[in-house]
Design a protein around this ligand. Structure first.
Ligand code: NAD
Length: 487
């Protein structure tokens, strides 16, 4: 809710105010980016070591205040405090990893000499963009922004962050706590508001945008950035599948499916929304899932649906699945009781229903019986999305994981990859492109800079008008010698 220039953030479960922040207009966004430009120069000048110390100090401050942060996240988004704690844990991992590895991944290095230009040495380094804009969603208000922020900061950029209008107070907390350890310059700033403020950030002259949110908005962000050729990394929606193979530990698979589907009330980009279980284990798996999901208490482990309009989408998906012949073995359409949705498990849901094809973003799970792993892979991949996924099995599990069209897969686990700072995170297709986290995530926030340095006269001078016909002949001869033979 916006009132007199203030964005008032409320708890979706109780309606209580969680805090208020000033709304930025276009001028304020431009001013923030201007301030960030100067801050970026100072931050870059600190070098990898100076930035590492400061990012690690911020990491430690977050750890010291982790309960406060989790409590605030609970008050603002409604998610259980324990979910907030776990989310903050992942954010701490990314800060720690990015700070410690930026120099190794991005720092200056020599590359090997190439024979045809042996008189030049080659050098590579990755230089920061300057000011990076980060636009975040509400569902994981700590870790989704901290993922790109950790990489962008470690690479040497200043940041202007536009948190979701549903979780601005957590966003402000992140910037305020950072400013406590880096008080000298506004290296991490926040601007608040609705989508128009995100749009203004895309057009503000930032050198790169890191966006996390829905696929529909990702397309708008890319279009806005295209106006000035601003590069983007897009972390968008998903419809992740879990495959249960014949030799899987069925109990463990059920435990993971329930966690993957129901944690954060299913409002997880890499949440498990579909399961494909092979015929021999299908019945046992369904029973185990229903038993485990049936024990979850709505209002306790299952928090509220943060965005009220999502309740209608969840209800529509469940009703569509049931109308097309699906069966609810737990929950159902009546599970939607604003602001909560109780755990819902659906079977026999046709592949053309919205519950299978579109992002539901609620604590619902479809379980589909398949002949074998091949059919499971085909069905799992039959979606425009491709974010994460999971496979339970033994002999063929990794082979199956490789065949899933997605950026990440957990074998005999779910969502695990988001907690490993050294693994890249990002999607394919409608789930977006580019990567955060890991070596690739650090490189996402820096430009490769290639430098050659002459170290002697050219024996085979190719790149000059002063080469002689005889030298050109020699170059061709050398080429034949080096590369002319059939491999
Ligand atoms: P959203 O797309 O509605 O909003 C995301 C952010 O974009 C918000 O800050 C919003 O204010 C801003 N925004 C809206 N319109 C804009 C515009 N025209 N230009 C620039 N910015 C604009 O998404 P949401 O509802 O906040 O988040 C849920 C979605 O995010 C789900 O689809 C989920 O799958 C996805 N998500 C993806 C990841 C990932 O890493 N791939 C992680 C978390 C969430």
């Amino acid at each position: 809710m916006i009132e007199d220039g203030w964005l008032i953030s409320t708890n979706p479960a109780t309606g209580e105010e969680a805090g208020r922040v000033p709304v930025a207009d276009e001028k304020a966004v431009l001013a923030a980016v201007e301030r960030a430009r100067e801050a970026a120069l100072w931050w870059q000048g600190l070098g990898f070591a100076g930035r590492r110390t400061r990012i690690l100090r911020w990491r430690s401050l977050i750890v010291q205040r982790i309960e406060e942060l989790a409590e605030l996240t609970h008050r603002e988004s409604g998610k259980p405090v324990t979910d907030g704690l776990i989310e903050a844990t992942a954010a701490v991992e990314h800060l720690d990893w990015a700070a410690r590895n930026a120099k190794r991944v991005l720092g200056p290095r020599r590359v090997r000499t190439r024979l045809l230009v042996a008189e030049h040495s080659g050098h590579l380094e990755y230089q920061p963009y300057g000011v990076v804009g980060v636009i975040g969603p509400w569902n994981y208000p700590i870790v989704t922004p901290v993922g790109p922020i950790s990489g962008a900061l470690a690479a040497g950029n200043a940041i202007v962050f536009k948190p979701s209008e549903y979780t601005p107070v957590v966003g402000q907390w992140l910037a305020d706590s950072f400013a406590e350890v880096v008080p000298e310059h506004p290296v991490l700033q926040v601007v608040h508001g609705l989508g128009d403020v995100g749009g203004a950030l895309c057009r503000s002259g930032v050198a790169k945008i890191s966006f996390t949110g829905s696929t529909a908005t990702a397309k708008k962000v890319m279009a806005a950035c295209a106006e000035n050729l601003v590069p983007v990394v897009l972390e968008a929606g998903g419809k992740d599948a879990l495959i249960v193979d014949a030799d899987a530990d069925v109990e463990a698979a059920a435990e993971a499916a329930v966690w993957g589907a129901m944690t954060n009330a299913g409002q997880t980009c890499i949440g498990i929304e579909r399961v494909y279980a092979v015929e021999p284990v299908y019945d046992r798996f369904v029973d185990a899932v229903v038993a485990k999901a049936g024990k979850l208490r709505t209002g306790e482990e299952i928090g509220p649906i943060t965005m009220p309009k999502q309740l209608d989408i969840i209800r529509d998906h469940i009703e569509d699945a049931l109308a097309k012949g699906g069966r609810a073995v737990l929950g159902g359409a009546e599970a939607v009781q604003a602001p909560y949705v109780s755990p819902t498990v659906l079977v026999d849901v046709p592949e053309d229903s919205s519950e299978i094809r579109e992002e539901t973003f609620g604590p619902t799970l479809t379980i589909t019986k398949v002949r074998d792993a091949d059919e499971a892979v085909t069905k799992a991949n039959d979606t425009p999305y491709g974010l994460g996924g999971a496979v339970f099995g033994k002999k063929n599990a990794i082979r199956i994981a490789r065949r899933l069209r997605s950026g990440m897969v957990a074998v005999n686990g779910t969502l695990t990859f988001v907690g490993m700072g050294n693994l890249p995170f990002g999607g394919v297709g409608e789930s977006g492109f580019g990567r955060i986290h890991g070596d690739d995530g650090l490189r996402e926030f820096a430009r490769a800079k290639a430098i050659t340095v002459r170290r002697g006269p050219s024996l085979l001078p190719a790149m000059t008008f002063e080469r002689t016909p005889a030298q050109v002949k020699q170059i061709v001869k050398a080429l034949r010698l080096l590369y002319g033979r059939k491999p």
